[in-house]
Ligand binder design. Structure first.
Ligand SMILES: C[S@@+](CC[C@H](N)C(=O)[O-])C[C@H]1O[C@@H](n2cnc3c(N)ncnc32)[C@H](O)[C@@H]1O
Length: 236
């Protein structure tokens, strides 16, 4: 079981999924994924002329909510370790010719982002592939990267509390998605993993606890009846 949280395993999984990730992510969240990204970024209340770090950026799915005209972001630093996801992030960058985007292909647990260099850290849908020890390291990294009073917001899919929603959602993730994965990709095993990670992850309560223990001011957020959850907070 533990090897599903090994960086190498996760990296290869996303390399394999990169071609169809956007479509499947959209389907696995019933089309809600973009709404949850939008809400997650909105929680930061980005002020003009500041630096945002998008951890576990994938292909830069959160960028359109970060790099808005109103936000006038000074610089976006985007980090991911999957070669294939980063390749697509570089293509995505072409959509933002006037923005300063630094794309880093690095493991979050061994990255070169400077200490206290950002006002904001955001991350969409990357929590579930971390075990508790890694979540603790993630909290330490976010603490290191953020300036004092810097803000963070993180979101991921979750197992909803309501028994009806939970049954429906887990059936969908574990049974339907692998079939869709096969139709879309020919590899149901890869997509089965999303259901396994989500089932183990449950929701962001553990993440909340870990960040609290690391001294952050932190708040729990439930998105759409708990089908996604996250935390937001401040480094004091
Ligand atoms: C589910 S995707 C999320 C992509 C994007 N943020 C989104 O909103 O859809 C998770 C991403 O985290 C990356 N990732 C997972 N563990 C990582 C680690 N230890 N260091 C860097 N990237 C990691 C994977 O390569 C993958 O692209």
């Amino acid at each position: 079981m533990q090897e599903i949280y090994d960086s190498k395993f996760v990296e290869e999984l996303f390399d394999q999924m990169s071609d169809s990730y956007s479509r499947v992510n959209y389907i696995t969240s019933f089309g809600f994924s973009n709404r949850w990204r939008y809400q997650c970024v909105k929680e930061l209340n980005i002020q003009k002329g500041e630096i945002v770090v998008d951890l576990l950026t994938g292909m830069g799915e959160c960028w359109k909510y970060i790099l808005t005209k109103e936000n006038e972001v000074k610089k976006l630093v985007a980090l991911d370790f999957s070669k294939e996801m980063i390749k697509q992030a570089h293509s995505n960058r072409l959509k933002y010719p006037n923005e300063q985007i630094e794309i880093r292909r690095e493991n979050i647990f061994k990255n070169g982002i400077k200490n206290e260099s950002a006002e904001y850290v955001v991350s969409g849908f990357g929590l579930k592939t971390f075990d508790e020890k890694q979540l603790n390291k993630l909290a330490l990294e976010i603490k290191r990267i953020l300036k004092q009073n810097g803000k963070f917001s993180l979101v991921d899919v979750s197992v909803p509390k309501s028994i009806f929603l939970r049954f429906g959602y887990m059936f969908y993730l574990k049974k339907v998605i692998p079939v869709l994965g096969k139709l879309l990709l020919g590899n149901p095993e890869t997509y089965k993993m999303l259901g396994i990670y989500t089932e183990n992850f449950k929701d962001s309560k553990r993440v909340f606890q870990v960040f609290k223990e690391n001294g952050f001011e932190v708040e729990y957020i439930s998105y759409f009846f708990g089908c996604a959850s996250g935390i937001k907070g401040i480094k004091r």
